[in-house]
Design a protein around this ligand. Structure first.
Ligand SMILES: Nc1nc2c(ncn2[C@@H]2O[C@H](COP(=O)(O)OP(=O)(O)OP(=O)(O)O)[C@@H](O)[C@H]2O)c(=O)[nH]1
Ligand SMILES: [Mg+2]
Length: 297
């Protein structure tokens, strides 16, 4: 069997939050490699017939190299089958049932041959606050949100700006993960295992992540990044090469919510930042937040 390790991303969120919609958009994105998508039921995934290469029991193979697997035989069996094809697959994505617990499913990401990339939780922006107070489903919704490394807000297209803002504000109380408005590019969902280095910053288990950027960054990207700061971030420092400031490298200092930028005095600083977050902040959310800076506009 191959030694290749497959990144494992969990997509959770309450019933109808938009998980399958997101997965369908990933299946049609040719830039993210060959995916193995694991779903409870094929009926959910809306696969264009012309993309289906073969249908073999619990697996559908697509012409773009992706496969869809149903969970009929359970997780252990399905992951063993995917592992057997790991030379033909680049990453694995799991759609969790709408009433399931993404953090529990994420434990399967520690199966030999896999590495957990992160837990993405979809939130229906139009209903989440009201449903979170529901005596039957509120607990499920809040525990899904608390499990997230990255939260994606769906149905923003149906809402006014102030309604979306109030949900974003509420989410900051419920989770330290970054919340982004969908739809977003696939590169925001993946890549945790490839980026930066992580190490403990102090014995008190503060979380630290460093990211070096391959290219110069636009001021507009810094603006979006600053506004998306997860609440656990206490400190960011480093140097950036900024497109609008080509003459110097720019020193970045963020203490709590306050960002300052000034021309660097250093000789040849790296185009890199370190971010430090309070204990308990998911490392994945810190790294994914830094990764916002390297996204194309
Ligand atoms: N307007 C709007 N509709 C959306 C959005 N995301 C999903 N939907 C719609 O919401 C419905 C449910 O979306 P799904 O992607 O099936 O939701 P799901 O989370 O997979 O649902 P379950 O698997 O049943 O838990 C579909 O009709 C989607 O087209 C969005 O951002 N905006
Ligand atoms: Mg679904």
């Amino acid at each position: 069997m191959s030694e290749k390790v497959l990144p494992f991303t969990v997509i959770g969120g309450y019933l109808g939050a938009g998980k399958t919609t997101l997965i369908n958009s990933l299946l049609s994105d040719s830039t993210i490699g060959r995916l193995a998508i694991v779903v409870n039921d094929f009926g959910e995934i809306n696969i264009d017939e012309s993309l289906i290469l073969s249908h073999d029991g619990d697996t559908i193979s697509l012409t773009n190299g992706c496969i869809c697997c149903s969970l009929t035989d359970g997780f252990a069996e399905t992951l063993t089958q995917i592992r057997g094809r790991s030379n033909d697959i680049d990453r694995v994505i799991i759609e969790v049932s709408g009433v399931g617990e993404p953090r529990k499913i994420a434990q399967w990401g520690h199966t030999p041959g896999y590495s957990l990339d992160g837990v993405v939780v979809l939130v229906d922006t139009s209903t989440v606050i009201e449903r979170s107070k529901d005596s039957y489903v509120g607990e499920t919704i809040c525990s899904q949100i608390a499990a997230a490394d990255l939260i994606l807000l769906s149905r923003c297209d149906l809402l006014e700006e102030d309604e979306i803002r109030s949900v974003e504000h509420w989410l900051k109380e419920e989770s330290s993960a970054m919340a982004l408005r969908g739809p977003i590019s696939a590169s925001m969902l993946f890549g945790l295992e490839e980026i930066g280095t992580e190490k403990n910053f102090s014995s008190l288990d503060h979380v630290s992540a460093t990211l070096e950027f391959p290219a110069s960054i636009d001021l507009a990207a810094i603006d979006i990044w600053e506004k998306s700061r997860p609440s656990g971030i206490v400190r960011v420092k480093g140097f950036l090469s900024i497109n609008e400031r080509p003459e110097n490298s720019t020193e970045i200092q963020m203490c709590g919510p306050n960002l300052t930028m000034r021309a660097s005095q250093s000789d040849s600083p790296k185009n890199a930042l370190v971010a430090i977050a309070t204990p308990g902040t998911p490392k994945a959310s810190v790294i994914k937040w830094l990764n916002l800076l390297s996204l194309p506009n």
